[in-house]
Design a protein around this ligand. Structure first.
Ligand SMILES: Nc1nc2c(c(=O)[nH]1)N[C@H]1C(S)=C(S)[C@@H](COP(=O)(O)OP(=O)(O)OC[C@H]3O[C@@H](n4cnc5c(N)ncnc54)[C@H](O)[C@@H]3O)O[C@H]1N2
Ligand code: MOO
Length: 451
């Protein structure tokens, strides 16, 4: 077993968190686009504007079940000329008649309004056998309960702009305008490698002495997948230079866009990640003034392609710290925005809110700290309130339970002492507000004065 050359700590100067984030975002390049089926586009980012080729509705369409009428016709008894049902081509309504119409049915030419069924009354059949109806309330004017052609979407309108993230509503819009194949950015391909002699597979029933289960790999595979990435699991590399070299040979051949390693990035004799990143790529930083996550290391690689003519493959690599909390916090702060940018997001940064603390929080005198917390809305009066942050408890970077139900990272300044309860701090959102307690109050829907 080789002990390998270790990079002296002094070789890396501390960079600030904003500096680290800017460097990473600068190096993360937007991936090219590809044509995919509509359903495979979910979660991806549009690479070209999408335009409606016809108006919606494409024909004047009824908003109600009722009778298509001429708005100039008075209330009274009418013969029902025909049925204008949804899905049928529009008919022609002669003067003096009405047509039964269903919601979404085509308003016949000659008609310009719909009287809803509640304002009508069926009459006995005409001698001809035709249906008759009493229109009890004439239409107020043309266009009553009619969706005009193009009132939802105009022909030629850009319905979705390049850069839009495709969630359920956007997929519905694409289907509406017949965009069954969609130009989207390629999802980044992320490879994940754990390092450490102490690590065994999560399925290991009973732990041998000195061993722990590998939490980071499963966690980061999940985190990358949640970010919409394609993932490859490169397993666990032992703490030898040879094992790490061998793992990198496999990884380099796989041509992932982003490599996440965990562990082996600090100052120990068996921390081989920084040295291999230096040998194989360009290390941009190797020490960040942050807690947790100090040894976070970032490099870019230009990998030889299969053929000598092809352009080299570009890979970003993140040497994430081995402590599970440090790994997932640094993932959120640096890897996630990079993955988003590569996938085409135009605004890849985490969102920041301001929250009030509920308990005193210890500060770190050397590093700014990302304190894991659950943020939720606290009502202080009728409708008033503010966001409050509840600490997830002990913040040691080995304690993954401190990430449980955490939807925010409180940005605590580097300072001596304790931040008193009730302080307002900034917080980066890393989850939605689903972890909020179920509301005790009632919705405000009916409590607006004068409505
Ligand atoms: N002399 C110094 N020692 C340390 C420093 C330092 O500045 N000087 N920094 C500390 C900080 S801060 C951190 S964070 C850790 C990071 O260390 P490494 O990234 O080298 O990680 P390891 O030493 O391999 O592991 C740390 C810790 O995490 C556990 N671990 C590792 N991988 C996994 C995994 N896949 N799943 C679950 N747990 C894992 C490992 O067993 C260790 O307990 O370094 C400090 N040391
Ligand atoms: O920076 Mo380490 O991530 O304190 O635990």
């Amino acid at each position: 077993m080789s002990s390998g050359p270790r990079t002296p700590e002094a070789a890396y100067k501390f960079v600030s968190i904003p500096e680290a984030q800017q460097t990473v975002l600068h190096e993360a390049l937007v991936l090219p686009s590809t044509l995919v089926d509509l359903q495979s586009a979910t979660g991806r980012v549009l690479a070209a504007d999408v335009t409606a080729r016809e108006p919606l509705p494409p024909f004047p369409s009824s908003i109600k079940d009722g009778y298509a009428v001429r708005s100039s016709d008075a209330a009274g008894d009418y013969e029902v000329a025909f049925e204008a049902l949804a899905g049928l081509p529009p008919g022609v309504l002669e003067p003096g008649f009405v047509a039964y119409i269903s919601t979404g049915g085509p308003v016949p030419s000659g008609a310009d309004a719909v009287v809803q069924i509640e304002n009508t009354e069926p009459l006995p059949l005409a001698p001809s056998g035709k249906r008759r109806v009493k229109i009890k309330q004439a239409a107020r004017g043309p266009g009553q309960d009619v969706r005009a052609v193009g009132s939802d979407i105009q022909e030629g309108q850009v319905v979705l702009k390049k850069g839009t993230r495709l969630n359920a509503a956007e997929i519905g819009l694409l289907a509406t305008v017949g965009a069954s194949r969609v130009q989207v950015h390629v999802a980044p391909h992320v490879g994940i490698l754990s390092t450490g002699d102490e690590l065994v597979e999560p399925a290991t029933e009973s732990l041998a002495s000195g061993k722990i289960r590998d939490a980071n790999r499963s966690m980061l595979l999940a985190a990358a997948q949640q970010a919409g990435a394609r993932v490859t699991d490169f397993g666990i590399a032992a703490d030898t230079e040879e094992a790490v070299e061998a793992a990198f040979a496999v990884i380099n051949a796989a041509h992932v866009d982003v490599l996440l390693t965990t562990g082996g990035v600090s100052m120990g004799d068996k921390d081989f990640i920084k040295p291999i990143l230096e040998r194989q790529g360009k290390v941009h930083f190797g020490k960040v003034r942050m807690k947790p996550g100090k040894p976070l290391t970032f490099a870019t690689h230009s990998l030889q392609s299969g053929t000598s003519q092809a352009a080299p493959h570009r890979m970003l690599s993140f040497g994430l710290p081995g402590n599970p909390v440090s790994a997932i916090v640094t993932f959120n702060l640096t890897v996630l925005p990079a993955l988003r940018k590569m996938a085409g997001w135009q605004d890849p940064d985490l969102r920041r809110v301001y929250v009030r603390t509920t308990t005193p929080l210890p500060l770190d005198s050397v590093r700014p700290e990302y304190h894991r917390a659950t943020v939720h809305w606290q009502t202080t009066g009728t409708g008033d309130g503010h966001l409050v942050a509840e600490s997830t408890g002990g913040q040691i970077s080995s304690r993954l339970l401190s990430m449980l139900s955490a939807n925010a990272l409180l940005e605590l300044p580097q300072a001596e002492g304790t931040l008193p309860a009730g302080s307002v701090v900034s917080a980066l959102l890393i989850g939605d507000l689903q972890s909020m307690p179920v509301p005790q109050g009632t919705a405000k829907l009916t409590s607006f004065e004068g409505i």
